[in-house]
Design a protein around this ligand. Structure first.
Ligand code: TXA
Ligand code: MG
Length: 316
């Protein structure tokens, strides 16, 4: 039996996962947003394995996951404004900050940029794992490049055909990736909409949070227009399914559509975000050639949900 088969027979424990990561191997782990494909952020060979495992076509910078603020401060330089934003940690927020010259991160993590994306995830197993490894973990979402992000351990196993060890923490609470904010002097720019609503951040820091123009100099380089894609094609803002289409509903179902898969029958955007990737995985598995998706309001977490849907629907 191979090491992976043994790992898959028994659920992986935190000390076992930490031992793999300390030895330079990759290991998937749960966060509150989606599952991450983790590796020791200070070990270039380990970080390279992330790209190989995902089949990522090019080197996008990776988010560095820390166990606490002390660890994050060894990686990035925090301004006063950055410190204010760090009050959302642990939580679904990634801050793009100047990288510390003595951070001892692999260059592959920052892709040669002078900034680094850092976050402290709000998941007890993730925090326990990072603390047990004792080093920051680089982790993109634990899916093959361009495919749907996983929100359960089972989706990770299926995505990589059982080749990746997974620390199972149950389904992810938020269900969409973290919000990415760049802090540039007095300015806060959202590079990626995510599980923390832009309005909530703006309220907390009492200043506006602008949305990065898609051609801005400080854009998240990983924001490819086609991304998070299921195998089926997507049709957005659909009022009802056409023949042969699977339907993904949102909000109170009109009579006759009660049986459709619904992101949130009550119209709750948090619930919809949590269910988004799992619903797309499930409808994709039905073999339908096209998935019609009901309109989602563009407020609060609707910004992140619509962003992921538009990318999933983009021509590829
Ligand atoms: O919720 C999440 O953020 C998940 C979990 C696992 O933490 N991770 C995640 O990672 O979504 P990934 O690799 O799929 O997305 C990372 C994004 C990419 O779009 C990348 O370009 C951007 O973060 N990014 C990372 N470092 C950056 C930097 N220094 N400057 C600008 N963008 C950066
Ligand atoms: Mg991803």
């Amino acid at each position: 039996m191979s090491a992976h088969e043994e790992l898959n027979a028994d659920p992986l424990t935190v000390p076992e996962a930490a031992a793999l990561l300390r030895a330079g191997r990759v290991c998937a782990f749960p966060t509150e947003t989606v599952y991450g494909l983790g590796a020791d952020a200070t070990n270039s060979d380990a970080v390279l394995s992330i790209y190989e495992t995902k089949g990522r076509p090019r080197f996008n910078p990776l988010i560095v996951h820390c166990a606490d603020l002390a660890m994050a401060e060894k990686v990035a330089v925090f301004s006063l404004l950055a410190r204010k934003l760090a009050r959302f940690w642990p939580g679904p927020l990634t801050l793009v900050l100047p990288v510390r010259p003595d951070a001892s991160l692999s260059d592959l993590v920052t892709a040669g940029l002078e900034t680094v994306g850092v976050r402290i995830p709000d998941h007890p197993l993730a925090l326990e794992l990072i603390a047990a490894v004792g080093r920051p973990l680089a982790a993109p979402s634990a899916n093959p490049s361009g495919r749907l992000s996983p929100t359960t351990a089972e989706q990770v196993r299926r995505g990589f055909a059982g080749r990746v060890p997974v620390l199972d923490g149950g389904p992810c609470r938020a269900g969409v990736e973290s919000t990415i904010l760049a802090v540039d002097g007095d300015e806060v720019v959202q590079l990626r909409a995510g599980a923390l609503a832009r309005e909530a951040v703006a309220d907390a820091i009492r200043r506006p949070v602008s949305i990065a123009a898609s051609d801005a100099a400080i854009a998240a380089p990983g924001m490819l227009s086609s991304h998070y894609a299921p195998t089926a094609k997507l049709r957005l803002d659909a009022v009802a399914p056409e023949p042969g289409e699977a339907f993904l509903a949102f909000g109170p179902p009109p009579a006759g559509q009660a049986s459709a898969l619904n992101l949130s029958p009550s119209g709750d955007l948090h619930e919809a975000a949590r269910n988004l990737f799992s619903a797309l995985h499930a409808l994709d598995a039905t073999g339908a050639a096209r998935i019609a998706v009901a309109p989602i309001p563009e407020t609060g977490l609707g910004e992140a949900i619509n962003d992921r849907l538009r990318r999933a629907a983009a021509p590829r």
